[in-house]
Design a protein around this ligand. Structure first.
Ligand code: FCB
Length: 402
């Protein structure tokens, strides 16, 4: 086994809306109430109650031997109304981060993970001409309160996934379909917003990035150039273009890697051209994403070759309600990261999605991504076997770390 560096970040990732519960001032809460928007009809309501029971979850993370956790801040909690700021909410986040540090968990803090305050969404959200100013006011407040405790900042999570679901398929708020023009306008704005936020967050102790969604794409297409073109389209839900545009303002690259895509593109059907399920169902997760550990190596290699920056795996995981594949999935992906490190590709952390089952957006509570199982009837958390197996793996690697 190739030793991982001693300071390698071993952990998990969650987001505020999916886990905290009761985020009633967010656009998603309203979206969930409309029948048909959530596939299984569930609502986030108290989600995992992370807001109140965070110590229980942090204890499990610590017991498993993790030394890092990625969380996010809910803008709507900090600014529930346009003219109302909640110092109380900010202080609560400070407490959560303090509790993480007490347990030796390095915080990786995301400022925007898909959800918007309702007041902002009602004013056209990112399309609002003051969007940048509004978001940066929020970023400044968060930074002022949390700056002493946080080294790693992620400004935006998977902008292209948001644009794809919100403006192309319409399956997420604001529910627009084929609004390609708006998607491109927002992408360009988010690029500017990331750059401006970077300069607020950047100091000699901080490292700032975005979390980019990138799959491992291989082409079954005879048109190789189409594959290349697809990388640049925000509708595909991949963030290559975002990274190209923001690379100077990324101290490292946050990589969310989930699956393999076979591209069967042709000029007429670029959007219907990607398959992410394998013919053999045993090679897919519960929601049909093809499990492909080699991809984490391939994508990291390509990222390093392109941008020459350290890479943090900010998400990687699978829906697996029976917990049959998760432990092996982690071992296989970590093995591929070890291979990357061996080849001098500087991967600095692995954050598994997710610490616990949570509200999986338009798919509701059915997909089970957690190392910890949530019993939503009793609102109790039950560690799965894979949590402890991940812990065993972490300890093995930590013991031989250089
Ligand atoms: C990623 C999202 C995360 C979660 C996982 C399964 O695209 O960032 O919130 O939904 O997928």
């Amino acid at each position: 086994m190739k030793p991982f560096p001693k300071n390698f970040l071993w952990g998990a990732a969650i987001s505020s809306y999916q886990t905290e519960g009761n985020n009633f001032a967010s656009d998603w809460w309203q979206w969930e109430q409309q029948p048909g928007n959530i596939k299984d009809g569930s609502v986030s309501s108290s989600a995992c109650d992370f807001w109140n029971q965070y110590e229980t979850y942090l204890d499990y993370a610590k017991q498993a031997g993790m030394n890092a956790l990625r969380i996010s801040i809910e803008w709507a909690r900090i600014q529930p109304e346009q003219n109302q700021w909640s110092q109380q909410a900010l202080d609560h986040y400070k407490k959560i981060i303090g509790a993480m540090k007490q347990r030796g968990l390095e915080p990786i803090v995301t400022l925007w993970h898909f959800t918007l305050p309702l007041w902002f969404a009602k004013q056209n959200g990112w399309l609002n001409e003051n969007a940048q100013e509004y978001f940066l006011q929020y970023v400044k407040r968060v930074y002022e309160t949390l700056k002493n405790g946080v080294r790693y900042w992620i400004t935006l999570n998977e902008p292209s996934v948001y644009l794809f679901n919100g403006f192309i398929t319409g399956s997420w708020p604001p529910g627009k379909k084929l609004a390609l023009h708006q998607a491109v306008r927002i992408r360009n704005k988010l690029i500017r917003i990331h750059k401006a936020a970077y300069h607020i967050l950047k100091n000699q102790n901080t490292l700032v990035s975005i979390a980019a969604n990138l799959s491992w794409d291989t082409g079954a297409s005879q048109y190789k150039n189409i594959n290349r073109l697809l990388e640049w389209l925000p509708p595909r839900g991949n963030d290559w273009a975002m990274l190209h545009a923001t690379q100077r303002e990324c101290d490292f690259i946050g990589l969310n890697y989930y699956f393999h895509n076979t591209i069967r593109a042709n000029v007429l059907h670029p959007f219907a051209s990607v398959t992410s399920s394998h013919k053999d169902p045993s090679r897919n997760s519960d929601i049909g994403w093809e499990i492909a550990p080699q991809g984490i190596y391939e994508v990291s290699k390509k990222l390093y070759k392109t941008f020459h920056k350290p890479i943090m795996i900010t998400e990687n995981g699978l829906a697996d309600a029976k917990d049959e594949k998760r432990a092996q999935f982690i071992r296989d992906h970590v093995k591929n990261i070890a291979q990357a490190i061996e080849k001098n590709i500087p991967v600095i952390g692995y954050l598994h999605w997710s610490l616990m089952d949570n509200f999986e957006w338009a798919l509701g509570k059915t997909p089970r991504f957690g190392l910890i199982e949530m019993d939503y009837n009793t609102m109790t958390a039950h560690p799965r076997q894979s949590l402890w197996e991940y812990g065993t793996l972490i300890r093995q690697y930590i013991n031989i770390a250089s």
